[in-house]
Design a protein around this ligand. Structure first.
Ligand code: HEC
Length: 354
């Protein structure tokens, strides 16, 4: 494995290292980003739900301050109950209108009450716990989280619901004071005996966990997409930059080294002048290498001329020795003595008649 890695080119090594960082970074980053994305998605749904709950409460207030007083007399006299006088009714009706928009299609709304007028509003075990938590802590004004309803996981946003005004007690106080038409419709058993200021219900919005998940995925993939693009560009850019700044210079320098090693053919000289002008580490390496190459060449030239001189000396000595060898032979000596005799004879020619 390591041996294979060592054999890779610099560019491939860098890419591999960056890919490693990318994989590790994306794994760790992915976990963190996923959690952040989930928080963002939950926050966005919570914000939306809070706005809805505020709207719902505004509608409730409008009903009890504007609609109910107009119809209160008719409630006491007519046999038929008028649901439009009930804040809870207007809130539910407005919510149904909300749900017709695609954004809110999966949302559901419940005024989960411990002692409800309408049994459909009865708090289940989980919701009763929420009400208890609001009872226990007066400053608590929101609980969010996940739960299961009929096997489906849902995200919830719950606010405490108080009996805010005396008018509520017209219908939720004691059955004796309640409009007869209300008693006709709902009976005299449930939704009575509430106190002013009491927290009677948890106002809850439910959203399928799938909606949160979709939001989470959107944020998650957007963030991961951006990271991937940044990493991808970084890897490509690094490879692009590596070529002119490191890879090509190293190739040039090693080609020059090889040329020097082969004993140099100066006609096809590789110059480092462009590289050595650079201010970075490659530049200083090129300068050092240039100086070294010059020294090597100079020394080589000196060596050559020394060898030349040496050869001349050797040639002279060789000739000398050859001469001496020739002079040393018997043949040469006889020749010499013959020459001497000849010279003798020439110098002292024999007198005639001798
Ligand atoms: C005109 C009578 C009337 C008045 C006034 C009234 N309510 Fe109600 N309320 C009802 C009726 C009837 C229901 C049941 C509606 C339904 O069918 O869901 C109800 C439902 C509720 C619910 C849902 C739980 C349940 O009992 O079914 C809450 C919570 C509630 N009312 C709180 C209040 C508060 C707080 C006020 C004062 C701001 C108030 N109501 C004023 C008649 C009234």
């Amino acid at each position: 494995m390591l041996a294979k890695y060592q054999k890779l080119s610099l560019g491939a090594k860098f890419t591999l290292i960056l890919l490693g960082i990318f994989v590790v970074g994306m794994t760790i980053g992915g976990i963190v980003i996923y959690q952040l994305a989930q928080q963002v998605a939950e926050r966005s749904i919570t914000n939306r739900s809070e706005a809805m709950l505020d709207t719902m409460n505004a509608v409730r207030t409008y009903t009890s301050t504007h609609v109910n007083p107009e119809l209160a007399d008719r409630l006491m006299t007519e046999a038929e109950f008028i649901p439009e006088t009930v804040p809870a009714y207007s809130a539910r009706t407005v919510f149904e209108t909300f749900r017709q928009q695609e954004n809110y299609a999966h949302y559901s709304y419940k005024e989960a009450t411990l002692n409800p007028t309408n049994p459909q509003d009865r708090a289940d075990q989980f919701e009763s716990d929420l009400v208890s938590q609001f009872h226990a802590d007066d400053s608590l004004d929101e609980i969010t989280g996940y739960r299961e309803i009929d096997g489906e996981r849902v995200y919830f946003i719950a606010h405490p619901m108080r009996v805010t005004s005396e008018t509520c007690l017209n219908c939720h106080g004691s059955p004796e004071n309640a409009p007869p038409s209300l008693l006709n419709t709902y009976g005299d058993q449930n939704g009575f005996g509430w106190q002013l200021g009491e927290i009677v219900a948890a106002q809850v919005i439910y959203v399928p966990a799938g909606d949160v998940l979709n939001g989470t995925r959107q944020v998650f993939f957007a963030a991961m997409g951006i990271f991937t693009v940044i990493f991808g560009v970084a890897i490509i850019m690094l490879n692009r930059l590596l070529r002119p700044t490191v890879l090509t210079p190293i190739a040039t320098i090693s080609a020059l080294a090889e040329q020097l090693g082969r004993g140099n053919d100066e006609t096809r000289e590789i110059t480092l002048s462009e590289l050595s002008a650079r201010g970075d580490e490659v530049g200083s390496m090129a300068r050092v290498f240039q100086r070294m190459a010059e020294n090597v060449r100079k020394r080589e030239r000196e060596l050559k001329s020394e060898v030349q001189q040496l050869r001349v000396v050797i040639d002279q000595e060789k000739r000398q020795r050859e001469v001496e060898q020739i002079a040393d032979t018997d043949y040469f000596r006889t020749l010499q003595s013959k020459a001497a005799q000849l010279r003798e004879r020439l110098n002292n020619p024999p007198t005639s008649g001798d």
